[in-house]
Design a binder for this molecule. Structure first.
Ligand SMILES: Cc1cc2nc3c(=O)[nH]c(=O)nc-3n(C[C@H](O)[C@H](O)[C@H](O)COP(=O)(O)O)c2cc1C
Length: 198
């Protein structure tokens, strides 16, 4: 069975939902799946000032945190992170940076990677975030698998070929219906991982 690690960071739940859709599709595609929360780094005082953040933080306390062992274990990764000024959140960057030891040992080479994101605005930097994440993956020697236009569901979800993205309204609700597109991206990532890991 091909091994997939789905890593997400989420303040208010959007990317946790994307990760859960990806988990369901990856399992359906025959993968062994670990869903891992990228560790929160914000101080408790900052989290407490935002009720939606606080609620999500408490609700996901039991989700296991992402570790280097998960990176080492998996044949393929799916990342889901929110857009922060057109880039990945610092929590994700810290997770990438602490993988330096694995990188030095060559243990990230040929891992298959695909990424998803969310942002408040329809043109708020989704593609930039995904491409910025992929920049790190090039350094890892990973094999990047975007959804491209390999299935019409991508068009229905806004047509982002780099990685499915969704916008959220002021209340944190997703605006576009991206569930089918996220599931397609996850299935495609598993299928490519199977070919690479064989
Ligand atoms: C510090 C910060 C920076 C953000 N930068 C952007 C941005 O550049 N563009 C945008 O449209 N939304 C931006 N947002 C909104 C987030 O992307 C949005 O809240 C997030 O995608 C929701 O995902 P989550 O529910 O998984 O946390 C930003 C939010 C924060 C807190």
């Amino acid at each position: 069975m091909v091994k997939m690690a789905i890593f997400y960071y989420s303040s208010t739940g959007t990317n946790y939902q994307l990760a859960q859709w990806a988990e369901s599709a990856a399992k359906d595609a025959g993968a062994e799946v670990r869903v891992r929360k990228i560790k929160e780094l914000a101080p408790e005082e900052a989290i407490a000032q935002n009720p939606a953040w606080k609620e999500h933080y408490e609700a996901t306390k039991d989700v296991p945190e992402a570790t280097n062992d998960d990176l080492d274990w998996a044949d393929g990764f799916i990342f889901s992170v929110p857009t922060r000024f057109g880039n990945v959140p610092s929590q994700a960057k810290q997770f990438f940076d602490q993988a330096g030891g694995l990188w030095a040992e060559g243990k990230l080479v040929n891992k298959v990677v695909s990424a998803m994101t969310s942002a408040q605005n329809p043109h708020g930097g989704q593609e930039a975030t995904t491409l910025n994440l992929y920049t790190t993956m090039f350094h890892w020697g990973a094999i990047i698998v975007g959804p491209g236009y390999t299935d019409p569901v991508t068009f229905a979800a806004g047509g982002n070929p780099y990685g499915i993205s969704v916008s959220v309204d002021q209340d944190g609700n997703m605006i576009e219906d991206v569930e089918a597109a996220v599931k397609h991206q996850a299935k495609r990532t598993v299928e490519v991982t199977k070919k690479i890991a064989e």
